[in-house]
Ligand binder design. Sequence first.
Ligand code: M6R
Length: 608
Amino acid sequence: MCGIVGYVGGKNAQDFLISGLKRLEYRGYDSAGIVTLNAEGKATLVRAKGKISNLEEKLAQNKTSDKIGIGHTRWATHGEPSETNAHPHKAGPLYLVHNGIIENYKELKAELKDFEFKSETDSEVLAALIESFYRDGNYPLVNAVVQALKLVKGTYGIAVISELQPEEIVVARSGSPLVIGVGHDETLIASDASALVGHTKRAIYLNDGEVAVVTAKSIEVKTLNAEPVSAKVEEIETNLAAIQKGGYEHFLLKEIMEQPNTLTETLRGRVNAEQGTVHLGGPGLTEAELRKIQHLVIVGCGTAYHAGLLASYYIEQFVPEITIETVIASEYRYRNAYIPDNSVALIVSQSGETADTLACLREIKKQGVRTVGIVNAIGSTISREVDGGTYVHVGPEISVASTKAFTSQVIAMVIFGLTIAQAKGVRSTMLRPYISEIAKLPEEIAKVLSEAEEQVKAITKKYHELEHAIYLGRDTAYPTAMEGALKLKEISYIDANAYAFGELKHGPLALVDDKYFEIALLPVGELYDKAVSNLQEVLARGGKVIAVTNNDKFDLPVENVVKITTELEIFAPILMNIVLQLFAYYITVAKGLNVDQPRNLAKSVTVE
Ligand code: M6R
C-alpha cells in the first residue's frame, strides 16, 4: 500500500524518483508526487491525481537538476484520491512521504492547534508533528523525527527531507517496508528493492523500530532509542528482465506464461523424482520434530489463503493423523483460537508484507508455536520473522492479481507435507505418485498454456458482457474454483463466486438464470461422476456452462468446453487454474480494463 522512493547523490533526483515510482506503481496508483531540493534548499513540489503518467506530464513543466528528493505513489486510506491528499506533505521546511497508517492521528491532530492542515490525511499529521519538534531549524532533523515517532501509534515507512538540510534524507520504518540502496556516491530509498534494480545491487533492509540518516556518501542506522545498528548490506538478487514486461502487453500475461519456469525454480533441489523423495531445508525442522507434527495451521489472505486451502486438501490425502486448519489472516488474528501442542503454522504470503498475515504470525509466535514461511519476496518482513521457511522463488510478481505465486505456493506446501509424511514413515508407494506428478508439472503447465490459450480467447468474447459468474468444483477443484472466481472478480469486476458443487442445491442453484454463466471444473477422478450429476442440475435449469475438464470423452451439452490433455490426475486442478487465469485475463482485455492495476486494489496490503 503506497510506494515511497528517495534519492541523494550526484545525478538528477527526478529521474530516479519517477522511474522508481513507476516500478512501485503496483503498490498504489490513485495519486503521486515528488519533491526535490536544490543545493540552497529551494523546493520543487509536484503532485498529481491518478497514475504516475499524470505526474510525469506535470513534471515536464517543472524539470529541475536537483540532486536530492523523495516521492510517493498512493493508495488512499484517509481522504479521497486528490492532489491535496497526495504526498509529499509539507510542514514548514519539511516534506514527508509515508506508507502505512497513523492510528492516533486524530488525537495528535487535536494537539497541533497552530498548524494549518490542508489535506484529510493521517500522513500530514505526522509531517506536522515532526515539524513541531523541528521548528526554528536548530534541532537535527533525525531527532525531531524520532521524538515524533515515539508518539505515533500505527504503521509507517517514511522519508523526510528539510529545506534547511538539503543534503540528507531521514527514513524510518515500523510495519511498512523500507530498503536503502547503497550506490557509489549516491543513496537510494524505496519501499521495495525492485525500484533499485539497475541502480545498485546492494541494499540495507531497515528493520522495524529503526531510523536512518542517509546522505550521498553515508548511511547511519539507529534504533528509536538512539542505539547504533550495524546494518547488514545484502545483495539484491532481482535482475532487470524480471521486472520488465518482456514483450508481453501486460505483466499478468507474462506472469501466467512464466509458470513453467517459475515452478521449476520452486522445485529446484527439492524434488527427486527418481528416488521418489523430497527435501526442504528452509523450515529447519529435524526428522524428530517433523514426526511429531499433528496439526497444521495455514494462514494467508486472498490468493495465498486459497493456496493454503488447496494444499490442505492434498496434504490430508497422504499424511496420516493430521488435522489442518486453513484460515483467513484478518479473521484469525482476532479469534483467540487455541493451537494445540505439536502444531506448526505455515505463513503464506507472496509479498511477505501483508499486514494481517504478519499480525497473525506475531500472535501465533506468542503462543510458542513453530512458524514456517511460504514466502516469495526475499528479505521481506514475514520471511525475517518466521522461525524457518521456504522461498517459492517465482521472482517479482508485479501484476496486482497473483498467479505464478499461487501455483508455487500450493506446490511448496505440498512438498512440506511430503517431508512430514516421509518423516512419519508413510510408505513410499503412497507418496511416489505425488512426487512424480509434481516433477512433471512444469512441463504439463507449458502444454496447457499452449493448448488452452486460443480456446479461452475464443470463449471470452462471448461472456465479457455478462455481470455474474459462478465457479463450481468438488474436492481439490473447489479451492481451485475459489481462486478462479477471485481472479475474475478482481480484474474484470464481474461478480464471481465459487461454490462446492454439492452445495448448489442448498441455495446457489436459485441464482441460475440468463444473467449468469457457470464455470464447472471437472477433473477426472473419484468424484468426477458426482460433479457431473451436480452439473446436470445446472444444465436442467438452462445454465450457460463453460466446462473445464481433462476428460477427453466429455460430451455433455454445455455451451463451451475447454479440454486439457494431461497425464496428470492428482494435480489436474492446478492445470485447470491456469485455464482460469487465462480466462480472467482475456475477459478483462475484452472489456478494455486495466489488467495489471485493477481499481481500488494494491499489490501488497500493508494496512489492516
Ligand atoms: O502478498 P500476499 O500473498 O500476502 O497477498 C495476499 C493477498 O493480498 C493477495 O493474494 C490478493 O488477494 C491478490 N490480489 C489476489 O490476486
